[in-house]
Design a protein around this ligand. Structure first.
Ligand code: AMP
Ligand code: MG
Length: 428
């Protein structure tokens, strides 16, 4: 078969992603404590039940006064006021600011009735009075501030009845702060998907176990589970299935309680692992060749749970970089869809290549690169050799440079799109 015929049989990354997304549901809504909802999607629109701030309050530490009383004040002609009370943040006062009086007020305290302006301490003689040991029952205002100075109006940020957050908003720290300011201790969100993760292979060892000749440690479970956490899912590590029907079936039984089951390895052509047979027997699973490098062999489909539930299954390739790149491109969108996200793609930047990228068989190449910024331009250099088993070059990379399917080589100096994995302030 020519390489062109072969690539024609392959699915594009987009086709693979769309097929996966078509079979992955948006999950149900649940009520959660506010802090646990970071990164989740809001299920209801949030209408302000009251104004924020709820009362007119002071933006400064100073004196609440009537503007009339301090108009025209200067250092040489200060206005003397008698101080009739003190108010800390959160306090209300029964006293009214009448002509010739002031109330000493702290930031956030409610503006007392009668007052319309706050004069900051710096514009008064309070410091000198204190230094001289004089009573604070009077204060001299030395500068005319503007009417309404340092008074934060009621409802300045939010008015009762405002649409504060739309349904579907992704909750970031600022949204959590807004919800807290509206008094929400809990909030209704689309729940996090539970993602079961199974490694497969007789050669695998659990990290933490003693090493053994001919064996390698299972890294896929950890890189994938960590990605699941990073993007807002709940991983359930089920450990290693051996290359036997029995072991594989046992792990699948456990995995079918999840919202999505991810396995790694055992899906490549010519593999004589049990994985394929077992999967095929337990649902509708298709084995795909995706037009990408790394991560060509992939399995996806629906497995039948014991209780009639249908559980989507994503079978990642075994090689550690392939597993991670396939998760980024195909697992992450599925996870985000379940979480209720509508924007599923990652930000890309355009960078100038400092190493060539070769593409000898018409696949989309995801090259591990280090993106850095110099003279306001992003530059991308390979983070190391690009074998799909070489995980440390993934660890050194902060992005994946994308060489399109039909481009046999991208040369030094050419512009390349880079999907950013991380935005590291040190490098950018
Ligand atoms: P396979 O698809 O089973 O042929 O696996 C492809 C390659 O990935 C082999 O070199 C495996 O040893 C390796 N591999 C499979 N699973 C893992 C894993 N969980 N962690 C690290 N390497 C793995
Ligand atoms: Mg294997």
């Amino acid at each position: 078969m020519s390489s062109q015929q072969r690539t024609a049989d392959m699915l594009s990354v987009e086709e693979a992603r769309d097929r996966i997304l078509a079979l992955v549901p948006i999950l149900e809504v649940e009520r959660r404590p506010l802090l646990e909802t970071i990164g989740q999607v809001l299920a209801d629109e949030i209408i302000a039940p009251f104004d924020i701030p709820p009362m007119e309050n002071s933006a400064m530490d100073g004196y609440a006064v009537r503007y009339e009383d301090i108009r025209g004040a200067t250092a040489s002609r200060p206005r003397q006021l008698s101080v009739i009370g003190h108010m800390a943040a959160g306090q209300m006062s029964d006293s009214k600011v009448r002509r010739g009086t002031a109330i000493r007020i702290m930031t956030g305290a409610t503006i007392p009735s009668g007052a319309d302006t706050v004069v900051p301490f710096e514009e008064t003689d309070e410091k000198e009075r204190k230094a001289a040991g004089r009573a604070l029952d009077h204060v001299a205002v030395r500068r005319e501030v503007t009417l309404g100075e340092a008074v934060r109006p009621r409802g300045e940020d939010v008015m009762k009845g405002d649409l504060v957050l739309p349904q579907g908003a992704v909750l970031r720290p600022s949204e959590l702060g807004v919800l807290a300011s509206l008094g929400y201790g809990q909030v209704r969100v689309i729940r996090r998907p539970v993602i079961a993760i199974v490694a497969t292979g007789d050669e695998l060892l659990e990290p933490g176990q003693p090493s053994s000749p001919g064996k390698i440690y299972d890294s896929n479970s950890y890189s994938v589970a960590a990605s699941v956490v990073k993007y807002g899912g709940t991983p359930r590590l089920l450990g290693i299935a051996r290359d036997t029907m029995e072991s594989m079936n046992k792990k699948l039984d456990e995995g079918l309680a999840a919202d999505l089951l991810i396995t790694s390895a055992g899906v490549s052509k010519g593999d004589y692992d049990m994985v394929k047979d077992v999967l095929a027997a337990r649902g509708e699973i298709t084995f795909w060749s995706v037009r990408m490098r790394p991560a060509k062999p992939l399995a996806f489909g629906i497995l039948h749970g014991l209780d009639g539930r249908k559980v989507p299954h994503l079978g990642l390739p075994g090689n550690p970089v392939s597993a991670m790149v396939a998760f980024e491109e195909l697992g992450r969108p599925a996870l985000l869809k379940m979480l209720g996200y509508t924007r599923l793609s990652k930000p890309t930047v355009e960078a100038v290549l400092e190493d060539p990228i070769f593409n000898n068989d018409g696949r989309r190449v995801y090259a591990r690169v280090i993106v850095s910024k110099r003279d306001d331009t992003y530059h991308a250099r390979l983070s190391g050799p690009q074998g799909s088993n070489l995980l440390t070059s993934m660890a050194r990379a902060n992005g994946l440079a994308i060489c399109p399917e039909d481009v046999p080589v991208m040369r030094v100096g050419q512009r390349v799109k880079v999907r950013m994995l991380d935005w590291d302030a040190e490098q950018l």
